[in-house]
Structure formats: C-alpha cells, structure tokens
Design a protein around this ligand. Structure first.
Ligand code: RFL
Length: 391
C-alpha cells in the first residue's frame, strides 16, 4: 500500500530550477514537495555554471533571497583574446548599473537547500522511480519509492518537471502534442575543473591556436574549456597535455597549473521542447531546453522559468487568476528562443574565429562582426542587453 500525501506543487528534481521554484513558492506561502533522485551530498557537489545574470540577481532581490547569492559581484566585463590581443566586452555604460553575480552553481544549490530546509521545506533525496499520473485531470498524482523502499503517492494541483535533460517528466507530454528542435554545432569541448586561480575577467581565447576559455568558479578555482577533435575522450587528455594547450591557446605561458578535479567531454548542442506544459505538468530548465554554454545562459533560463511558474501559481492560488499558467509555455519559450539565438550568434562569431571551424572567408566575417559589436554604440548596447539578461 502506497503512503498517500497531498501538496499544492509536486516538484520533480532538486537542481537549480526545482529548488528555486520551491523557494519562490515558499516565499508566497505555497507548499510543495521536492523529489530529488540523487543523495544530498552528490547534488551539493555537482559543479556546472558560474554566473547569475543581472536579471536573476534582481529576481532574488525582489523575492528577498539575495543573500543566497554570495558576495562575488561580476562587473559584466568579458575578455575575448583574439590571437593574443585583448578585446573587452561590457566596458561601457550600457550595463554599468546591471551587474551579475559570480556564483558557482553548486554554491547556489547548497544555499537553496539550506534555506529551504531551514524554513521547514519538504525536500526528499534519493527518491526513485518517479512516475506521473493524470496530468490532464484536476488533481494529478506523483508516485515514487523512497530510500527505504516505501512507496509514496502525492496528490497535488500542479507538477513542476525540473529533472533536467535526462529526467522523466518531459516524457509525459504526449508525442503527438509535442515537438523537439535540436541543433548540433559539430564542436566538442573538454571541460576542466581545476584548483587554479580564476582570471581577472571571464576569458575566451580564439584564433589560429584554437578555442580555449577560463572562468571563475571560486576564489581559487577555475573552469576551463578546450575545443578538442570530435571523438576524443577524457583519456586522450593527460594533465600535462591540458595545461600545455591551455597555456598555448590562452597566450599565457605563465598560467599556473593546479589539481584537476574533473574533466568531461561534451558536444556543443541545443535543444528546445515545445510546448513547455501539458495539462497540470509544467516543464522548466533543462527538462525543457538545453543551450550551449557559449552565452552562459542555461542556469539563467532555468531561474527565469522558475519565476514565471511560481508567479503564475501564486496568482492562481491567491486570486484565482489563471492567465499566468495559461501563458507559461509561450512566455518561457519566447525567452528561450531569444537566448538560443544569442548563444548561437556568440558561438558563430567566436568559434568562427578558429581555423578548425571556419573557412578563411568566414573567419574574416567573424572578425568583422566582432569589430562591429565592440566599436559601435548599437553593437555594445545589443551585447550588454543580452549578457545582463535584460534583453
Ligand atoms: P539540473 O541542474 O540538471 O537539475 C536536475 C535535477 O533533477 C534530478 N533528477 C531527478 N530527480 C527525480 N527523479 C528523476 N527521475 C530525476 N532525474 C533527474 C537530477 O539529479 C538533478 O538534481 O537541471 P536544472 O535545474 O534545470 O538546471 C539547469 C542547469 O543545471 C544547466 O542549464 C546549467 O548547468 C548549464 N550550464 C551552464 N549554465 C549557465 O547558465 N552558465 C554556465 O556557465 C554553464 N556552464 C552548464 C555549464 C552545463 C554543463 N554541463 C551539464 C555539460 C557547464 C557544463 C559543463
């Protein structure tokens, strides 16, 4: 016999989108149960993104949760090093007042977990075999098995599908009612986490020597990216080879090495699932869309979806106003596509400056675009709008 429980929103997935949704609902006095497949320790250590754009910072401030973001303000400067020559984005008035925050994703996740539990939130780790039932009914059910093997059945008003790209919830939008749009950039990156001092500004190096990047992930740690040949695996990249290539491509022969704590190969790809809702099920974050890390927007889109959904549930619960819920998918998809376009535009320009990805003609086009973005007022304003998330 399954244990029968009840809540307003059952949230599947305790990553950034699930925990933010739970916290925003909590701030509105709305109860939820978060079901996370992994153990707490695993979730708290999983390192990925590192920048909350200004729109997200403003969101946390407006919901009185800004303290969760830590203390590393970003000044919106991005350095692009083209064949060793420094070009600085964001060095103008367009984004001066709208600064983001450097927040390693796992630090945000840790802060959200601690806060949610401290205010009495219901967060359950090691929840296995999650399944959804009756999404088209007025009162859906979520079933799962807890770590001790006991079966649970949660009756709720809404289900938030926050379980990432490889989760189960997006499978509950019927095939006939959904479409999946994908793009493969034909580029593979090796991503490296290392105990190495971060650069002064986020740094992307492009040009004859190939693509490399270095970003802040803590006062003494960095995330690096290296474009690698398609088909390479982490085993092909020894620590010596990694540091050697980083020094060459970043034009930093003095780059200090450090302990490499993680390496992973991933293809640059994009995916959007439409629609982002079905009946009482609302998909958010990576469960609905995957974006190349080129524009640093994956986590930020997840935060946006969480706010649109939590606001819609609040309006419905408090005022009986279902306009936000009805508009949810369209609202989030409009922003998703805007940032997919931007991320693609950035990749086209920056990866297009490397011989491995572009003909000499396309490389000159990419450089002309870069010059235009940096040297015209409209170009700088366009870049700043999207980098800050205000566009
Ligand atoms: P997450 O973070 O994947 O969390 C999903 C959670 O759901 C759980 N789960 C389940 N729980 C219950 N039942 C199931 N059946 C479940 N299946 C899965 C998982 O254990 C997990 O805890 O998705 P969410 O919340 O939508 O957040 C999305 C972001 O994590 C993602 O967009 C970013 O990490 C993308 N990303 C970056 N985004 C940025 O904004 N800036 C960056 O610089 C950036 N760098 C990156 C990235 C992603 C990377 N990966 C994944 C390749 C760098 C990397 C290397």
């Amino acid at each position: 016999m399954a244990l029968r429980e009840s809540t307003t929103v059952a949230i599947v997935g305790g990553g950034v989108s699930g925990l933010t949704t739970a916290m925003l609902l909590r701030q509105s006095g709305i109860d939820s149960i978060v079901l996370e497949r992994q153990a707490r320790d695993y979730v708290e250590r999983r390192q990925r993104a590192g920048l909350v754009e200004y729109r997200g910072v403003r969101m946390f401030r407006e919901w009185e949760l800004e303290h969760l973001l830590g203390t590393f303000a970003a000044d919106n400067t991005l350095e692009v090093r083209v064949d060793g020559e420094t070009r600085l984005f964001g060095q103008d008035t367009h984004s001066k007042e709208a600064v983001g925050q450097l927040v390693p994703q796992q630090a945000l996740v840790r802060a959200l977990i601690a806060e949610f539990l401290a205010v009495g939130g219901d967060l359950r780790f090691e929840a296995a075999d999650v399944s959804l039932h009756g999404m088209e009914s007025g009162r859906p059910l979520v079933r799962y098995t807890d770590a001790g093997g006991a079966e649970h059945e949660i009756e709720c008003d809404f289900v938030a599908g926050c379980d990432g790209d490889h989760g189960v919830t997006n499978g509950y939008v019927p095939a006939g009612a959904s479409a999946e749009y994908t793009h493969d950039f034909g580029i593979s990156w090796l991503t490296i986490l290392a105990e190495a001092p971060p650069p002064e500004n986020p740094l992307i190096a492009v040009g004859d020597r190939g693509y490399a990047a270095q970003f802040f992930r803590g006062p003494a740690s960095s995330r690096f990216y290296l474009q690698i040949p398609q088909g390479d695996t982490p085993a092909d990249w020894t620590a010596e080879r990694i540091w050697d290539q980083l020094r060459v491509r970043l034009h930093r022969p003095d780059l200090p090495g450090g302990e490499i704590t993680e390496t992973e190969v991933f293809p640059l790809r994009a995916l959007v699932r439409e629609p982002m809702s079905h009946g009482r099920l609302y998909l958010m974050g990576d469960a609905a869309h995957v974006i190349s890390p080129m524009g640093a927007k994956g986590m930020n889109l997840a935060l946006y979806d969480a706010e649109v959904f939590a606001t819609a549930v609040r309006d419905f619960t408090r005022d009986g106003d279902d306009a936000g819920l009805r508009a949810y998918s369209g609202t989030c998809l409009a922003r998703t596509w805007k940032y997919q376009e931007w991320s693609h535009w950035m990749a086209d320009m920056l990866c297009g400056l490397c011989p491995a990805n572009a003909s000499p003609f396309r490389r000159r086009l990419a450089r002309a675009r870069l010059d235009r973005v940096l040297s015209t007022d409209t170009g700088r304003a366009y870049w700043a709008e999207l980098w800050t998330g205000l566009g």
